[in-house]
Design a binder for this molecule. Structure first.
Ligand SMILES: *[C@@H]1O[C@H](CO)[C@@H](O)[C@H](O)[C@H]1NC(C)=O
Ligand SMILES: *[C@@H]1O[C@H](CO)[C@@H](O)[C@H](O)[C@H]1NC(C)=O
Ligand SMILES: *[C@@H]1O[C@H](CO)[C@@H](O)[C@H](O)[C@H]1NC(C)=O
Ligand SMILES: *[C@@H]1O[C@H](CO)[C@@H](O)[C@H](O)[C@H]1NC(C)=O
Ligand SMILES: *[C@@H]1O[C@H](CO)[C@@H](O)[C@H](O)[C@H]1NC(C)=O
Ligand SMILES: *[C@@H]1O[C@H](CO)[C@@H](O)[C@H](O)[C@H]1NC(C)=O
Ligand SMILES: *[C@@H]1O[C@H](CO)[C@@H](O)[C@H](O)[C@H]1NC(C)=O
Ligand SMILES: *[C@@H]1O[C@H](CO)[C@@H](O)[C@H](O)[C@H]1NC(C)=O
Ligand SMILES: *[C@@H]1O[C@H](CO)[C@@H](O)[C@H](O)[C@H]1NC(C)=O
Ligand SMILES: CC(=O)N[C@H]1CO[C@H](CO)[C@@H](O)[C@@H]1O
Length: 882
C-alpha cells in the first residue's frame, strides 16, 4: 500500500483525497490500447489493456477492461466498458430494467455511428448523415480504477447542455465552469450549484444542426464537470455504461422519446391529480385542516386535494395518528366529507421507521420480525436519526419488503377503519438522517438536537441489541473498497462532504449484499416503486398519484416529484421553471411542480399571487408552506384569491388538453412541458430562455419574472393568440416588453397552428369539470392550417374499457373533428371558435348544411368567429367557413 502511494506520488503526482485533480495529471494517465476487436453485425467487442505505466491517481488502474458496443436501435448505441477480470456493481435490472440489446441493427441503417482508435484507445459518436462529432474521448485518456472512473469528451465552445440533475442551476448549464454532483441529499433550501435530492445522469445537447442525448447509466456518486470545451465524468464506482441517442436533426422531441425507450415512459395519473392541491407543514390539528377546506370553498377557489404533512403523526412515527390532535374519528370524518364532494386527501409517509425495541409499535415490530432493515456491515440494523428520533431504514432490496410495505399501507390507510388516502406523498428518501458524523450514538444526538415535536416521549435506551444472531453479510468482492471515504471525493454539499453525511452510512448492506455506497442514489426511487405497488394493492385497478422527493433515472415511470424545500423568494419562483423543465422535458418525470408561494420563510401577497399563476402551468400544482411560515393559502389575500381564480380558470379549461398531452407522454415519452427550443430548434435566441415554456404543445406561458408589473418576453417568428381575448399577435423573433401586467394576470398565448379542446367553463372540482361541455378553439398558423387532438378516458382506471380519441384538423377553412368516441361523456360540443378570421363570413356550414345566422357571431376587433354547435359530443363533425 505504502509503496504504491510513494510510487504514484513520486512519478505522477498522485492526487490527494479530497483535492481537485489537476487536469494535467489525469491527462498524463496512460489510457488503454484496444486489441482483439471483433465486429459482428451491430456488435463490436474488444479488449482494452493499460497502455503504459499505471497512473494510480485514486487507486490502482485496472489493467484489463472489456469493451462492448451494440447498435441497439437505429437511434441508440450502447457502449459498455467493464473490468475484464472481475464483476463490478451495475445498476440492478430490478431497479431499472434495460431495453433489449438482443437484436442489434445493421450499423449502416443507424443515424449515429461508433468509431474508435486502437492506440491509445479512444472512441467517438458521430451523426451518420453529416459526420458531425457528438462525443469524442480522443483528447483525454480513459481512467478506470476500483473507485474512480473518468471519461472526458470534447464539446464545442458555448455548447447548449441541459440535464445532469437534480440541480437548481440554469436550465441551460453554464458550459464553461460548472460541476454537477450526483449524490442524493436532503438539500434544504435547494441551493444552486450543489447536489440535491435526485440523480439523472443524462444530458441533451442542442445545436442548430440537431439534438442528441447521452446517458451514463451509473448510480454511484459522481462529479460531472463542464469546462470550456469539455465535459468530464468523475465517478467513484460502477462501470462505464453509456447510451448514446441520435435524437434528431430537426425535432428535439425525438431525443426525449429515445430516452424514454431506455428509462420507460411516465406513469399515467388520475385525471383529478391535475386539480389544485393544498398542503402545509404546521397544520396544528384536524380543525385547521377542516377550516382550510371550508375557507377554499368559501373563497370559491377550486380545491381538489387536501394534504397533511407529518403533523398528523403520533410522535412523528409513520403509520400512526396523534390521538389528541388528529384523532382517527375526526380524520375519517374529514376524509368522508372530502370524498362526499369528489375531493381528495393525501398525507406524507417517510421511509424511516422509529427504532422502538421496547414498545409495541407495529411497523417496527413487524419489520424486525421480517428482517427488512438496512444493515451495518456487522449485520445489526443501521440506526439513523429522523423525525421520530432514532430510526431504522427499510431495505428496498429485501425480498420481504413489498409485502411489508403493502401490509402497513393496508392496515393504516384502510378505507373501512383507517385513513382512506387517495394518493401518497413520500419524503426524506435520500434517505435523510439528521445525525451528524460520526453517528456512533444517535441516541445522544437525538437528545441534543431536541428533535421535534415536544410531544415526543424521548429516545429509547441507547444500548438495545439488535440482530445479535445475524451473521455479517458483507459481500467478498466489495470488501476491499473503502466504502466510507473513497480517495476521490465527490463534491457532496452535505456537511463535511462525507458521503455518509446526513444519510445512511455508505457501508451499510442490503439484503442482496449490495452496499449503500453503490445504491444510495436509488433509495428514493425504490421506495417510490414499493409505494406505487402498495397503493395499487389497496385500490386494485386504479391509478394513483405518488409524489416523491428523491428520484433516479426511470422514477417517472412510477411516480411524480416535487422540487423540494425552498424559500418564498423571487429567485426560487424563477428557478422553479428550470426545475420543472429538467424533470419533465429531460428526465421523464413529468408529474412535477415546486411548492407554490415557497416553502420556507414568509411569502408576500405579490409573490404568492404571481406564483399561484405560474404554478397553474406546472403539471403538478400544489401550494405548500413550512411550519414556521405565515399561512399562505390562496384565500389569505384579495389579489392572490383573484390571481388563483383567474389562473385556475385557464388551467381547468385546458385540463383535457393537458390530460391528452400526458396520455401521449405515457405512450411515447413526448414532453408535457417544454422549452421554446423544442418547437423552434433553429432559433438560437430560444436556447438560453429560462422563464418561458410551452404547457402542452400549444400554450406559451411567459410569467412576469420579478416583483413589479413588467416583463420582457421572447416571441419567435410565428403567430400567437392571446389566451383570453384570442386576438392574434405576430412574433418577430424578438423580445417584446409587456408593461402593466397586473398581479392577477399572466401572459398566456396559444401558438398558431393549434386546435385546442377546451372545457367551456371551469368548475370547483375536476369531477364537475368532466360534466362540462367542450369547445374547440381553432388558432391557424402562418400557413393557415391548425391541428390538435383530444383523448378522454374514465380518468381513474389503469386499464380502460372505452376511450375517446379524436383528431382536430383545420385546413382550407374547414375544421374536421374525427375519431373514435368510445367514452360516454354525456356532454356537448358547445361551440367552435375560429381565430384570425379576416372578415365576417357569408356562410358557415355544419356537416355541409348552413348554420343559422343566430348561431354565428363575429368580433371585428379580435377577429374571432364563434359558431354555436350545441350537439352531443358523441360523433365527429365538420365546420366550414365560407
Ligand atoms: C468556476 O466556478 C467556481 C465555483 O463557482 C469558482 O470558484 C471559480 O472561480 C470559477 N472558475 C473560473 C475559471 O471561472
Ligand atoms: C378560515 O377563514 C377564517 C375567516 O376568514 C379565518 O378566521 C380563519 O383563520 C381561516 N382558517 C384557516 C385554517 O384557514
Ligand atoms: C455493529 O456495527 C455498528 C455500526 O458500526 C455498531 O454501532 C454496533 O455496535 C456493532 N454491533 C456489534 C454487535 O458489533
Ligand atoms: C467520514 O466518516 C467516516 C466515518 O465516520 C470517518 O471515518 C471519516 O473520517 C469521515 N471523513 C470525513 C472527510 O469527514
Ligand atoms: C451475501 O453474502 C453472504 C456472505 O458472503 C452469503 O452467505 C449470502 O448468500 C449472500 N447473499 C446474497 C443474497 O447474495
Ligand atoms: C414570518 O412571519 C412570522 C409572523 O409574522 C414571524 O414570526 C417570522 O419570524 C417570519 N419569518 C421570517 C423568516 O421572517
Ligand atoms: C370583442 O372582443 C373583445 C375582447 O374580448 C370584447 O372586449 C368586445 O366586447 C367584443 N366585441 C363584441 C362586439 O362582442
Ligand atoms: C400603466 O397604465 C397606466 C394607466 O392604466 C398608464 O398611465 C401607465 O403609463 C402605464 N404604465 C406603463 C409602464 O405602461
Ligand atoms: C346538448 O345538445 C342537445 C342536442 O342539441 C340539447 O338538447 C341539449 O340541451 C344540450 N345540452 C346542454 C347542456 O347544452
Ligand atoms: C438556506 C438556503 O439554502 N437557501 C438557498 C435557497 O436557494 C437559493 C437559490 O437557489 C440559494 O441562493 C439560497 O442559499
Amino acid at each position: 500500500m505504502l509503496a504504491r502511494v510513494l510510487f504514484g506520488s513520486l512519478l505522477l503526482g498522485r492526487v490527494l483525497a479530497g483535492t481537485t485533480p489537476d487536469p494535467a495529471v489525469l491527462d498524463a494517465c496512460p489510457g488503454y490500447t484496444a486489441s482483439n476487436v471483433k465486429v459482428n453485425g451491430g456488435t463490436l467487442t474488444a479488449s482494452l489493456k493499460l497502455a503504459g505505466e499505471a497512473c494510480n491517481v485514486y487507486g490502482t488502474d485496472i489493467p484489463s477492461l472489456s469493451l462492448e458496443v451494440v447498435y441497439e436501435t437505429t437511434t441508440r448505441i450502447h457502449v459498455k466498458i467493464t473490468d475484464a477480470s472481475s464483476a463490478r456493481y451495475e445498476v440492478p435490472e430490478s431497479v431499472l430494467p434495460r431495453p433489449s440489446s438482443a437484436h442489434p441493427v445493421n450499423p449502416k441503417t443507424a443515424a449515429i455511428k461508433f468509431s474508435y482508435t486502437t492506440s491509445p484507445f479512444s472512441f467517438a459518436i458521430q451523426r451518420t448523415s453529416n459526420n458531425e462529432v457528438l462525443f469524442s474521448t480522443a483528447s483525454h485518456p480513459i481512467i478506470f480504477e476500483p473507485q474512480y472512473l473518468r471519461v472526458k469528451t470534447n464539446l464545442a465552445a458555448n455548447a447548449n447542455i441541459y440535464g445532469l440533475g437534480e440541480h437548481t442551476n440554469d436550465f441551460r448549464l453554464n458550459p464553461d465552469n460548472t460541476t454537477l454532483t450526483l449524490w442524493s441529499r436532503d438539500a434544504y433550501g435547494v441551493p444552486t450549484g450543489s447536489n440535491l435530492y435526485g440523480n439523472h445522469p443524462v444530458y441533451f445537447e442542442h445545436r442548430s444542426t440537431g439534438t442528441h442525448a447521452v446517458l451514463l447509466l451509473n448510480s454511484n456518486g459522481m462529479d460531472i464537470k463542464l469546462t470550456k470545451g469539455a465535459l468530464e465524468y468523475n465517478v467513484i464506482g460502477g462501470i462505464l455504461d453509456f447510451y448514446f441517442l441520435a435524437g434528431s436533426q430537426t425535432d428535439p422531441t425525438q431525443a426525449a422519446k429515445q430516452y424514454a425507450e431506455i428509462v420507460g415512459t411516465p406513469a399515467e395519473v388520475p385525471y383529478w391529480s391535475f386539480g389544485f392541491h393544498q398542503c402545509r407543514f404546521g397544520y396544528n390539528n384536524y380543525i385547521d385542516v377542516a377550516d382550510v377546506i371550508s375557507n377554499y370553498s368559501a373563497a370559491k377557489i377550486p380545491l381538489e386535494t387536501m394534504w397533511t404533512d407529518i403533523d398528523y403523526m403520533d410522535r412523528r412515527r409513520i403509520f400512526t395518528l396523534e390521538p389528541d390532535y388528529f384523532p382517527l374519528k375526526k380524520m375519517r370524518e374529514i376524509v368522508e366529507y372530502l370524498h362526499g364532494q369528489t375531493q381528495r386527501f393525501i398525507v406524507m409517509t417517510d421511509p424511516a421507521v422509529a427504532y422502538t425495541p421496547d414498545e409495541n409499535y407495529g411497523p417496527y415490530d413487524r419489520g424486525t420480525a421480517d428482517d427488512i432493515w438496512l444493515k451495518n456491515a456487522n449485520g445489526s440494523a443501521h440506526l439513523g436519526l429522523v423525525w421520530p428520533g432514532v430510526t431504522v431504514y427499510p431495505d428496498w432490496f429485501s425480498p420481504k419488503i413489498q409485502d411489508y410495505w403493502n401490509n402497513e399501507f393496508e392496515l393504516f390507510y384502510n378505507p373501512e377503519a383507517g385513513l382512506d388516502i387517495d394518493g401518497a406523498w413520500i419524503d426524506m428518501n435520500e434517505p435523510s438522517s439528521f445525525c451528524d458524523l460520526p453517528c456512533d450514538n444517535p441516541f445522544e444526538q437525538a437528545k441534543k438536537q431536541a428533535l421535534p415535536p415536544p410531544r415526543s416521549t424521548g429516545p429509547p435506551p441507547p444500548d438495545a441489541p439488535l440482530f445479535v444472531n445475524t451473521p455479517p453479510v458483507r459481500g467478498r468482492s466489495l470488501a476491499k473498497r473503502d466504502l466510507l471515504t473513497p480517495e476521490y471525493s465527490i463534491n457532496n454539499a452535505a456537511p463535511g462532504g462525507n458521503l455518509s453525511s446526513k444519510t445512511a452510512y455508505t457501508d451499510t448492506v442490503h439484503a442482496n449484499n449490495l452496499t449503500e455506497y453503490d445504491t444510495h442514489n436509488l433509495y428514493g426511487t425504490m421506495m417510490s416503486v414499493a409505494t406505487h405497488n402498495a397503493m395499487a394493492a389497496r385500490r386494485p385497478g386504479l391509478r394513483t398519484l405518488i409524489i416523491t422527493r428523491s428520484t433516479f433515472a426511470g422514477a417517472g415511470k412510477h411516480v411524480g416529484k416535487w422540487l423540494g424545500d425552498n424559500f418564498s423568494t423571487w429567485d426560487h419562483y424563477r428557478r422553479s421553471i428550470a426545475g420543472m423543465l429538467g424533470m419533465a422535458t429531460i428526465y421523464q418525470v413529468p408529474m412535477v411542480g415546486a411548492d407554490i408561494c415557497g416553502y420556507a420563510d414568509n411569502t408576500t401577497e405579490h409573490l404568492c399571487s404571481r406564483w399561484a399563476m405560474l404554478g397553474a402551468f406546472y403539471p403538478f400544482m400544489r401550494n405548500v408552506h413550512g411550519d414556521t411560515s405565515i399561512s399562505q393559502e390562496f384565500f389569505r389575500w384579495a389579489l392572490t384569491t383573484t390571481a388563483a381564480q383567474n389562473a385556475l380558470d385557464i388551467r381547468y379549461r385546458l385540463l383535457d388538453y393537458f390530460y391528452t398531452a400526458f396520455h401521449k407522454a405515457s405512450l411515447q415519452g413526448t414532453p408535457v412541458v417544454s422549452p421554446l427550443w423544442f418547437k423552434y430548434p433553429k432559433d438560437t435566441a430560444t436556447y438560453a430562455l429560462e422563464h418561458q415554456w410551452l404547457f402542452g404543445d400549444s400554450v406559451l406561458v411567459s410569467p412576469v419574472a420579478e416583483e413589479g408589473t413588467s416583463v420582457s418576453i421572447y416571441l419567435p417568428r410565428d403567430i400567437f393568440y392571446d389566451f383570453l381575448t384570442l386576438a392574434p399577435i405576430q412574433g418577430h423573433g424578438a423580445f417584446v416588453q409587456l408593461n402593466n401586467v397586473s398581479y392577477t394576470e399572466i401572459p398566456v398565448y396559444i401558438k398558431g397552428g393549434s386546435v385546442l379542446p377546451l372545457r367551456a367553463k371551469s368548475t370547483m372540482t375536476t369531477s364537475e369539470l368532466r360534466e362540462t361541455d367542450f369547445e374547440f378553439v381553432v388558432a391557424p398558423g402562418t400557413d393557415g392550417s391548425a391541428s390538435g387532438s383530444l383523448y378522454i378516458d374514465d380518468g381513474v382506471s389503469v386499464t380502460q374499457k372505452a376511450t375517446t380519441e379524436v383528431s382536430l384538423n383545420y385546413k382550407f377553412n374547414t375544421l374536421t373533428v374525427t375519431g373514435h368516441f368510445g367514452c360516454k361523456t354525456g356532454v356537448n360540443t358547445s361551440r367552435v371558435r375560429f381565430l384570425n378570421v379576416g372578415k365576417a363570413p357569408l356562410t358557415v356550414l355544419l356537416n355541409g348544411l348552413p348554420v343559422k345566422k343566430q348561431s354565428i357571431s363575429y368580433n371585428k376587433s379580435t377577429k374571432v368567429l364563434d359558431v354555436t354547435i350545441g350537439q352531443p359530443f358523441t360523433h365527429g363533425f365538420i365546420v366550414t367557413v365560407l
